[in-house]
Design a protein. Sequence first.
Length: 728
Amino acid sequence: MTNALSSAAPETFVVLDFETTGLDPRQAEILEVGAVRVRTSDLAIVERFESLVKPDGAIPPFITRLTGIGPEDVKGAPVWEEVRSRLVDFLGSGPIAAHNAMMEQSFLDAHAPGRGGEAGDWNIWDTLEPLTLALPELPSHSLENLRALAGLTAEGSHRALKDAEDTALLLKWIQDRLRGDRQRIASTVRDLQTGREEWHWGWLFVAAAPLESAPPEALAQLGDLRKLRAADQSREPEWESSVSADEVAAVLESGAAGAGLEFRPVQERMVREVAEALKEGGRVALEAPTGTGKSVAYLLPGVLAAEKTGAPLVVATHSKALQDQLLNKDVPAVARLLGREAGAQPAVRAAVVKGQNNYLCLRKFDEECAEMLSRDTSVAAWWPVAFLRALTTVERPVELDRVPRLLRERFPYLAELVERSRSHHTTTIGPTCPYYSRCHFFDSARIAHQSDVIIANHALVFQWPVNLPQIRNLVLDEAHHLEERVTEAFSVSVSGEEMAEAARRLDKRRGRGRDAGGDAESIARRVETVFKGDAAALLRNDAETLRTRITAVEAVLTVAFGAAAGRGGGGWGRADTLAMNPPGSAVAEAARSAVTEALSELRAAAAGLASRLSGWLKDIGEGRGGGEEDDHGLDLLKTHADAFSGFQSKLAVFLENTTTEHVRLLHRNPRDASWRLEVTPVDVSGLAGPFFEEKRAVVLTSATLTPGNSNPFILRRLGLDTSAGDSG
């Protein structure tokens, strides 16, 4: 198959790799060179170049440990000047590639004249860029990780020729996959790169994409969330049908050896206590040392109870590491205990759920992509768009916190696109959104409704989204961190940036001329039956007033933080944080008063906008029934009314909680004058108590609960009465 881009590819290209004595080309030396010439048509290696280089200085011991190259190995090697001339001849005039090419690029620029006879006359394309597009779901795209995935031996790695050869083999391997199970990615990238001139994008992706046929089907729809929610709400589990403690213990004892687990009496005791709590409903706290199998001890009875009753077990942890362990290690271990590996029965169904802003919002993403590419059409802007689009073809839902940090640091536009494409409750439209059926945030809920185990974090369970299944049976692992997370969950926080973004989305114009419009215009068209004025103009004016008040707060905070840092500040703040509650000096009180006044005016602006939107919503009448799911204007009205009502409520909480029962803090980033306010309760026992009372069964577990009496200190701080058990 030929096309404009793939036919423009050169006949051959060179893959290059260096081993060096360090990372800084101004100080480090090249220790070894490896290069292979690759035929573009079939990716066959047709020529090799390899040479050790005798450095002027010593080889650091850690480099010898990494590469295996020591002083004895380079004793008779040629010096760089000799190797350089032969390397330049080998590179010739064709393209050069390298994996994570910044090092090769920098060392060539520093140590070798370019083709024009001057340093810096090199242009290396980085194989990391296409390989990340082809495998966007990987947490790491290092050569070591890719080599293992492709089944290439690691023997001899960190030697220049081996790494260059493996990079060429990886390109062949990934192109075969792009023609096979990754055709949809190839088609996605091909469609995005129309008109691009960089030969390697077209050669790798366009040549692999089926131009004459439709791409493979997208990921399947995951069900109707409204029906799944209704089924969960109407479900009345028959708890008496749940398995008994004896039955669960028998499964553990009989299946441990076959599952590769060591049967421990302490684990059996925990299994029995958890099974009893899940069957009868109760509260139990378990302390056991790390390594005694606490996770399997609550997962096994939890899975069996969920399968019998239809009510999933919710497990909340403090750390992301434990979430990963539960999903990738402990749940599979339970599947083995239950004999599920043979495929005779379905595997254990488990899902991880996270806060809403961890998920990609497809609506925001499309808007931001169009805006980004209208500003910049370079690879620096195009690649992040292609990467996230490729990711959506293989992962559902896309969790933005799993986008590798290395890639976000290397491609600044990717970091920007990730942040601006996050889902958020104030901009969620719901069923009327054209992306609703494949929304990644709602997909996480769809998956959760069809799971036996739902893995979350401590904070999320105390702010449980309404789209998720009800929490009936709850395990709180790493419970020694719980008070801190509960405090955060019952704290209130809001930022000026968050409010300004909401105002921007309300009055942002899209299109040009007579077709210009946005949320304000959509809302105006919807309320024209109950409001005869220029509703869009009023909303834009309200949004501008809000932004003006936000700017005023920023100005007051600049003065207030200056007063806190200067003499007479009364110790009420630091360079980045002000405490609003305690009394202080005259300077501090004057600054507090100015901040309070500015925030009160901002609250009034938010309340005015919320009142206008809520008033129209009331006039229209939410209970009109029928067809509401398809009413885009009404849905936008609800979304923005909820957003600005929430802002004014949070500002009210901050302004009104002036007693010692709460800590009120103002945080400011002096680099960009951004700010955030926070209200934190001092004692959460009265707040968390009702939460626990609503749950049918609660299990707390940790290595450090210190259950020396009937109700340990940490449990009293949480307002939770339970019979604690020491399983260690």
